[in-house]
Write a protein that binds this ligand. Structure first.
Ligand code: GTP
Ligand code: MG
Length: 299
């Protein structure tokens, strides 16, 4: 046996919105690379997370939740999922054990069905910690795709469950070259995009009804200041004039809260002082417009 063999592969994490895909990705990596909120459709683009352990490297691909699209953004989101399913070595299909399958889970099962026999698919029942009837639930999900390769129940927030799943995934990898340098520890997202996602996460957590879905964040300046502070300017776009006062809040309180929370998160991750300036702009009906989507980074 030679020691210089390497093993590698792509592993897609798929499922309907809000089942805990990004939580699982972040905890598999031990670094937060994807935004997490209690709201469905938080993730909008694929996020790759790279994990290297010894001679094994896995590229996890976190995907948005597959759902019934209502606009151009929704279609874009679903396309991101279908794209992520091609050419992977393993698929982790996440479901929520707190309830039985819904139409959206059936939609995911239908998307996966043609891949049976071609790629191993693991059914991962998540949120075990909060489920009343986890055994009954996982059986109901298994029935959607009975030929599935393996079935597990986990809590993506439980370190031991995540470690076990990680070991299993690493053991599955075929022989192959590393796709990223060994010391590449985060995601493939550009720095500005990662910052924008942190801001969008903190904004989504503090907004209600359709407003969290109607925003997009773009970082347009990142600059080193002489005093060691990292200066960041970002714009929060929303699709309607009526959203502007909601985003800004009484006496600017809401925007300030969002900015403070995002700044704190950035400072912790970057381990340095950050000065974050946020601006709110209206971009009429951006979610319905392909061109606007591209401009806002969804391309
Ligand atoms: N109780 C419990 N909650 C969890 C678990 N995993 C994730 N959550 C919560 O579920 C919510 C959604 O988590 P996300 O990781 O954003 O889910 P997602 O599947 O990436 O969602 P989308 O990006 O919208 O498709 C958050 O409030 C998480 O804290 C778990 O194992 N147990
Ligand atoms: Mg997500």
């Amino acid at each position: 046996m030679s020691d210089d063999k390497t093993y590698s592969g792509f592993v897609a994490i798929v499922g309907k919105p809000n089942v805990g895909k990004s939580t699982l990705l972040n905890n598999l990596l031990g670094v937060k690379v994807a935004p997490i909120t209690p709201r469905p459709q938080t993730t909008r683009k694929q996020v790759r997370g790279i994990l290297t352990e010894g001679n094994r490297q896995v590229v996890f691909v976190d995907t948005p939740g597959l759902h019934r699209p209502e606009d151009a953004l929704g279609t874009y989101i679903n396309d991101q999922v279908y794209e992520a399913l091609s050419d992977v070595n393993l698929i982790l299909w996440l479901v929520d054990l707190r309830h039985p399958p819904t139409d959206e889970d059936r939609m995911v099962a239908e998307a996966l069905r043609p891949l049976l026999g071609k790629v191993p698919i693991y059914l991962i029942g998540n949120k075990k910690d909060a489920a009343k009837y986890p055994e009954a639930a996982i059986e109901a999900y298994r029935e959607l795709l009975p030929e599935i390769e393996a079935v597990r129940s986990i809590s993506a927030m439980d370190a031991r469950d995540v470690a076990e799943l990680k070991a299993e995934v690493l053991a599955q990898l075929p022989e192959g070259p590393f796709y990223y340098p060994e010391d590449f520890v985060r995601s493939d997202q550009p720095f500005e995009v990662w910052i924008a996602e942190v801001i969008r996460e903190e904004a989504m957590k503090r907004l209600y009804e359709e407003v969290p879905y109607a925003i997009a964040v773009k970082v347009d300046e990142v600059a080193e200041r002489e005093n060691g502070v990292l200066y960041i300017h970002a714009v929060i776009y929303t699709e309607r004039e009526a959203h502007r006062p909601i985003l800004i809040g009484k006496r600017g309180r809401k925007l300030k809260e969002i900015g403070q929370a995002a700044r704190k998160q950035l400072e912790v991750f970057l381990n340095r002082k950050v000065f974050l300036e946020l601006e709110v702009k209206v971009y009429k009906n951006w979610r319905k417009d392909r061109e606007a989507l591209r401009e806002l980074g969804y391309e």
